[in-house]
Ligand binder design. Sequence first.
Ligand code: N01
Length: 500
Amino acid sequence: MGISESGKILETLAAGKRKPRVIVVGAGLSGICMGMRLMAAGYDDLIVLEKADRCGGTWHYNQYPGLRCDVPSHYYQYSFEPSSRWSHRFCGGEEIRRYFERMARKYQVFERIRFNTETRHAEWTGGGWKLDVATANGASGQLECDILIAACGILVRPKYPDIPGLDSFAGQVVHSARWDHTLELAGERVGVIGNGSTGIQMIKPLTDVCSKVISFQRTPQWVLPIPNRKYSGFGHWLTGKLPILSKLYYNGYRFLMEQVLGRGIIKDNASRRMVAKLCRWNLDSVKDADLRAKLTPDYTPMCKRLVMSSEFYPAIQRPNAALVRAGIDHVEPRGIVTTDGKLHELDIIALATGFHANEYMLPMTMTGAHGVTLDAAWQDGPRGYRTVAMPNFPNFFMVMGPHSPVGNFSLASIAETQSEYIMKFVNLWAERKFEQVYPREDATLRFNAEMLANMKDTVWATGCKSWYLDEKGVPGSWPWTATRFRADLRDPKLQEYVIA
Ligand code: N01
């Protein structure tokens, strides 16, 4: 069972199978992918709960100037639903969001999404899940299902820095993930705090229109220069006529991300060294020695998420751009005061300070079998079984759950693999092979121990601070190859599950 290359249903629900009531929490690319698979297989007793008023997840919440995906669009899409019309190699946020919404509509997932509806609590009743939900207009209610799937994303809750005096700023303060579109940028003096992928992406478009742009940089970033090629009308026509081209694009970029960059992340190898050389070469393009020194990181490239940009270095060298390395002491009504005592007068402060990463379905609370709560299960940090399930949480699955390879590969591809795996359990339930299923505690502990043991070789563990590491400094992302990820999730190892 599955979705064919053309997105057609290969097998509908066979006679005699029961149809589960499924609830998916989240209508981002993961929840939509899960919904598409369920609908394609005929499991249409489906509700998707989405707390926002649009689908798209990340691509709905993030709308800051210059927002683009750092994974090529031909690979940041579902392999079974290739688009021939991507405008650029790295497309903008709204174009990506529209693609996922189009997919939700095509597979009739869209009409099953309950927007403005937040899942507050999920309780295992012994025979299924009961959910407490609340809507944006203050109403609350309960829903029940046989199978619950969390697809809540990983970088969701914006992190606001604890900077003294930030509230006293006379201008506007805006977080990248909650951009205010009424903000007039033309001619303004903007300070950008943070220079991860987000902060760096903003600099060029801001310098296009603002009178002054200051990047407040606590830790420099390595930047890999990949030009953002625009695809021509002829290119669209040709890719539309020859679907093999889409496939070639997809496989080519997948190879590059997974087998070149991805392998360099998990082992110190030739691609790690090649990336380091390319980043160094890119940095050397900065003419001013003082600026270059300020932009030079002291850690291994890819330890923090590698920034892909051929625009940042040219933009930060523009006359209306400046880079400040001195720490931020406090904010006062006129602007930011750095630890060297200097006041940087500003009209707008843009916070590109990232997210409370790896919270998954939190702050939703859950109580699974034997009264085990999510808080208790995750008291030492989010832990899961092979990224998709948790002991004591029956008939519960996650897309993009803990330890997913979010640092290495395209999230669309990860969602495909995980949702296909989850479908195997949905089918088994439909075939009455079980009433409840969850991974065994010992299998989960073994998986986590093996994963941690492999973390020491990854680039994340080479001495930097990033959202890939948890509060104890332990990396939480998949430390193996994409090939292993797909092999691990090809067929459920039912002996590693409690089945009743
Ligand atoms: O967030 P980040 P992000 N004072 O956590 C700084 C994806 N993404 O939104 O490094 C001063 O990476 C912090 O400094 P430091 C992508 O996966 C993708 O940029 O901790 N500075 C850092 O510079 C990415 O990895 C795309 O010293 C403070 C920055 O804020 C992930 O999202 C685009 C501070 C946070 O960087 C997150 O990226 C955008 C403080 N108090 C995002 N607190 C693309 O696809 C934090 N910082 C291109």
